[in-house]
Design a protein around this ligand. Structure first.
Ligand SMILES: [Ca+2]
Ligand SMILES: [Ca+2]
Ligand SMILES: [Ca+2]
Ligand SMILES: [Ca+2]
Length: 457
């Protein structure tokens, strides 16, 4: 039974992610990547931003929007951070020290090839300064860690972490409170956690979920205790569940609290949306196998405590298959906004898909802005001010490479421009990967398992 469930999950996924089946034409299906955390998580914690001395301008808007994390990471929870995206932003631009806004990248460096590279997550989990790259590889059910070598525009593959069946969805966030992000990953029937001591990762600890298979996972302090929790989406085909594993300052407890939520959700995110100091969750839902589509996005406002996790749920309808989401402050009001990237009714159908910004107002409510067409079969997006004009931009993986939709600080996005003609990309992440002032871009070319880094120049 388990196997059947997993298989059906894989089958539906395979249509999305070409890399699951090497025999399948890579063409359009591939883009969808998957993982829970994707892009640049690095900002989330202070230690990392200190390693990027200069991010003040390029990351104009502070922790969540700035480095463009798409990721769940920023989440873990300082409860003090009530306005999710810090307000220092404003578009005061010195254009990263350049005379005018500039969107220019060197030819990509290739740091890995083989397997599949469906998800890309950035976080400084290892000792050497600078965000490391965590690659989710569903073809081998593993994570691959590329260590950033001293911000010298160089990465080395230093570890592979085998996960067991269907493992490919990582999350990063600080589980121990030492200021360094730790790592978690959902696998077929449970979740792994690894703790970073600031230098290296511990051995993995595995906890079994109550339901399976699992999908996306996130590390976030949703209970207001001293330590963050690990939240996993499970049972995607029969009504989603979220399972909250209580934080214990090292690993997590073995008994999860199960709450309704999510449905085929490869990426959840966490952010403080309503100013109460408890981190909230943003959880897409989709199921292309349903006759009645359930495409949408739920905001789960944390209302519980460390002993009894509870959420108030706000539900929003989205366009078809809201596969990838990212957060940032697109209208510069200091409230976190959400970027949703759709895959359309049928991945690889050749019909143009879209992204959409949802503006937060500090209460947890989200207001939909107009959808903007871009590419086909969108993967995981990222957010960051790539052209250094002081306003965050949307960066989107697709079956036709990577697009940018520039923001203007009002919440609107300009029409899509192709940024990199990189083939079928499943995931894109943005971060300060070298020692300059400008954001760099990591692209996962899904079916070829290739990781490319485009350094701003
Ligand atoms: Ca909250
Ligand atoms: Ca905002
Ligand atoms: Ca910009
Ligand atoms: Ca850079």
């Amino acid at each position: 039974m388990k196997n059947t469930l997993r298989l059906s999950t894989l089958v539906s996924l395979a249509s999305l992610v070409a890399c699951f089946d090497p025999n399948e034409p890579i063409v359009l299906g591939g883009a969808s990547d998957s993982s829970g955390t994707t892009s640049a998580s690095e900002t989330e914690d202070g230690s990392q931003s200190s390693s990027n001395p200069t991010d003040s301008t390029s990351t104009s808007s502070g922790p969540s929007s700035a480095t463009g994390d798409t990721t769940s990471a920023d989440v873990t929870g300082d409860s003090s951070d009530t306005s999710p995206t810090s307000a220092e932003s404003t578009g005061s631009a010195d254009y990263c020290g350049l005379p005018e806004p500039t969107l220019s990248f060197a030819e990509p460096e290739v740091y890995m090839q083989g397997g599949s590279a469906v998800s890309i997550t950035l976080a400084d989990i290892l000792g050497s300064p600078g965000p490391d790259i965590i690659v989710g590889d569903p073809s081998e059910s593993q994570l691959i860690i590329l260590e950033n070598n001293e911000l010298l525009a160089d990465f080395t593959v230093v570890a592979t972490l085998p996960l067991g069946p269907d493992g490919w969805l990582p999350a990063v966030g600080d589980l121990t409170g030492n200021g360094r992000p730790d790592l978690a990953a959902a696998t077929g029937d449970g979740v792994w956690t690894w703790i970073s001591d600031g230098d290296q990762l511990s051995d993995g600890q595995f906890q079994t979920t109550t339901h399976d298979p699992t999908w996306g996972t996130v590390i976030a302090n949703v209970g207001g205790s001293a330590f963050a929790e690990v939240i996993v989406q499970t049972n995607p085909g029969e009504g989603g569940r979220l399972e909250v594993f209580p934080g214990q300052g090292g690993g997590v407890g073995s008994t999860p609290t199960v709450v309704p939520g999510g449905r085929r959700t490869p990426r959840m995110l966490a952010a403080e949306l309503d100013g109460d100091g408890l981190v909230d969750l943003i959880v897409p839902r989709t199921d292309s196998e349903q006759e009645t589509r359930i495409d949408g996005m739920d905001v789960l406002l944390s209302r519980g405590n460390a002993d009894a996790f509870d959420f108030e749920v706000l539900s929003f309808e989205t366009g078809p298959t809201p596969w990838g989401i990212a957060i940032g402050d697109f209208n510069e009001d200091s409230f976190t906004d959400v970027l949703v990237a759709h895959q359309g009714a049928s991945p690889g159908d050749g019909i143009v898909d879209s992204v959409q910004v949802w503006l937060g107002d500090g209460t947890g409510d989200l207001a939909a802005q107009p959808e903007v067409d871009v590419g086909d079969t969108l993967g995981f997006p990222a957010v960051g001010d790539l052209d250094c004009d002081g306003h965050v931009d949307a960066v989107v993986a697709s079956a036709q490479g990577v697009y940018i939709l520039r923001g203007d600080g009002t919440g609107a996005l300009a029409p899509a421009e192709q940024l990199f003609d990189a083939g079928v990309t499943g995931s894109v992440a943005v971060g300060q990967l070298d020692a300059d002032d400008r954001l760099d871009v990591v692209v996962g070319i899904a079916p070829e398992g290739r990781v490319e880094v485009y350094y701003a120049d």
